[in-house]
Design a protein around this ligand. Structure first.
Ligand code: GAR
Length: 204
């Protein structure tokens, strides 16, 4: 069984979808811990309701960014994860974290990367006027949403969309992609070959 830690900052709808999927042993992944940078994150309540242990690693409790990064790595490490899933985690993962969990940390982003990286992917795509957008599931590297892409899903932009309506439709497609891809990785492994993400040929 692949041990998964999920990082959340917000409502946790992606986490909720993973928790539903992991109830089936054939899924291959088990969410063994949920870690947030915010004590108020709705995702923590979802985890608690599912009986999954949680931890909060708030930047305000650390001297600087690097110390927070080390603290995050420590808290995640307590759960001995095989895979770390950033699902609505609104912070950049730094060197200390990636030294420990690089290559097995993945992120879901609400736009078709490499377009519209960063904290406002939905708003930026809407403002640009693209006719399609979507979500990208990728390996986390040292850049902002720049790591090797594992999967993408496309969502049409409607004429009367605002940020909220578009994000809600993206999230429906995003959840489906996330659950499917985390399951594939759990059952088949994830490795990087020549800078590309490869799922299903074992762990690196
Ligand atoms: C998701 O759409 C995720 O892609 C996005 O936040 C949402 C979290 O929703 N992440 C980012 O924008 C990261 N740059 P959730 O808390 O309901 O799962």
């Amino acid at each position: 069984m692949t041990r998964v830690v999920v990082l959340v900052s917000g409502a946790g709808s992606n986490l909720a979808a993973l928790l539903t999927a992991h109830d089936d042993a054939a899924y291959g992944a088990r969410v063994v811990g949920v870690v947030s940078d915010k004590a108020s994150a709705g995702g923590l309540d979802i985890a608690r309701a599912a009986g999954v242990p949680t931890a909060v690693v708030a930047p305000a409790d650390f001297e600087d960014r690097a110390a927070w990064d080390r603290g995050l790595a420590r808290s995640v490490g307590v759960f001995s994860p095989d895979l770390v899933v950033s699902a609505g985690f609104m912070r950049i993962l730094g060197a200390a974290f990636l030294d420990e969990f690089g290559g097995r940390t993945v992120n879901t982003h609400p736009a078709l990367l490499p377009s519209f990286p960063g904290a406002h992917g939905v708003r930026d795509a809407l403002a640009y006027g693209v006719r399609v957008t979507g979500a990208t599931f990728h390996v986390v590297d040292a850049g902002v949403d720049t790591g090797p892409i594992i999967a993408q899903t496309v969502v049409e932009v409607l004429d009367d969309d605002d940020e909220e309506s578009l994000h809600e439709r993206i999230k429906v497609a995003e959840r489906e992609m996330l659950v499917a891809q985390v399951g594939r990785i759990a059952r088949g492994g994830l490795r990087l070959e020549a800078g590309r993400a490869v799922v299903g040929r074992g762990w690196a």
